[in-house]
Design a protein around this ligand. Structure first.
Ligand code: BJW
Length: 242
């Protein structure tokens, strides 16, 4: 399944970077946004994951996130998450950049995680940005309000919003310095995350994509490995060890 070139590069690599997307959590039972099996409760992300939707109908957006939070609370990392946590210990410099907001990489034991799109278990005020960690959002039927009067929203990044500057700049830096870059379980359609493998490639990295389906960047990467991350990643770890 793996080229000798990839194994050789990984064996000699000091800087390895992985970008993950929703596909990595699919085998844990978290629906993806796009592709087969994609779609959260009949909604497309573009319809609800944007500030205008929240202004127009905060209850609907809050309810969508409550539904998703309840689902995520009951799920566990899969073999792909665990393999990535193991991979972290195999290189002097390793960065895991994720678009996922489900916290499963942390639960699997990964330590250096750059969360580009926030985390669904945190909240913040839509008006004053005060953060709230203690609300039990799954049980809150109405949209809670901050003491300033503003609606409280999940602390995730919606379309048209900026990504957390520190996470994005560290991700860019990691991509620029990567010797091997793995893009795993992402449809590579949402910017700026989708550009990171290409930034790595431009800076000389060996870029590998792992996905059951081809994406818009498949023809640009060095290797496309067709398969599910929960199967491919543990095999990759074993191949490096061997
Ligand atoms: C498996 C598998 C298995 C299945 N194993 N794999 C440049 C050009 C054009 C537009 C823009 C641009 N720059 C910015 C934009 C606008 C916009 C954008 O990118 N739009 C595109 C859709 C065109 N980007 C933004 O607005 C971003 N902000 C920004 O750039 O600010 C500055 C700016 C604004 C406006 C204009 C210009 C600049 C913010 C993006 C925020 C994305 N937010 C979401 C929601 C987060 C909260 C929530 O969860 O509700 O993030 S949308 C959703 O998509 C979520 C995901 O993180 C993100 C990416 O999805 P991902 O992870 O790739 O999942 P899927 O479902 O798409 O793919 C799953 C893949 O897994 C598939 O390929 C399967 O085959 C595969 N798979 N099973 C491995 N077992």
């Amino acid at each position: 399944m793996f080229s000798q070139g990839l194994i050789d590069r990984l064996e000699g690599a000091r800087r390895v970077v992985v970008l993950t997307g929703a596909g990595v959590s699919a085998e844990s039972g978290v629906p993806t946004f796009r592709g087969k099996g994609g779609l959260w409760k009949r909604y497309k992300p573009e319809e609800l994951a944007n500030p205008s939707a929240f202004i127009r109908n905060p209850e609907l957006v809050w309810e969508w996130y409550s539904y998703r939070r309840k689902l995520i609370v009951g799920i566990k990392p899969n073999s792909g998450h665990y393999a990535l946590a193991e991979l972290e210990g195999m290189f002097p410099h390793f960065a895991l950049i994720t678009q996922n907001i489900d916290g499963l990489h942390k639960a699997a034991g990964s330590r250096v995680i750059l969360e580009l799109h926030g985390n669904i278990m945190r909240n913040r005020c839509f008006e004053c940005n005060r953060t709230f960690r203690s609300i039990d959002p799954g049980d809150e039927p109405r949209v809670p309000r901050c003491s300033c009067g503003g609606f409280i929203r999940p602390d995730v990044v919606w379309f048209g919003e900026s990504l957390p500057a520190d996470q994005l700049s560290r991700a860019m830096e990691a991509a620029e310095g990567a010797e091997v870059f793995l893009s795993v379980g992402t449809s590579a359609q949402v910017q700026p995350a989708a550009s990171l493998p290409l930034v790595a490639k431009r800076n000389g990295a060996h870029v590998v994509e792992i996905n059951p389906e081809r994406t818009p960047i498949s023809h640009l990467v060095d290797e496309f490995i067709q398969g599910e991350s929960g199967e491919v990643l543990p095999q990759l770890v074993q191949a490096i060890k061997a």
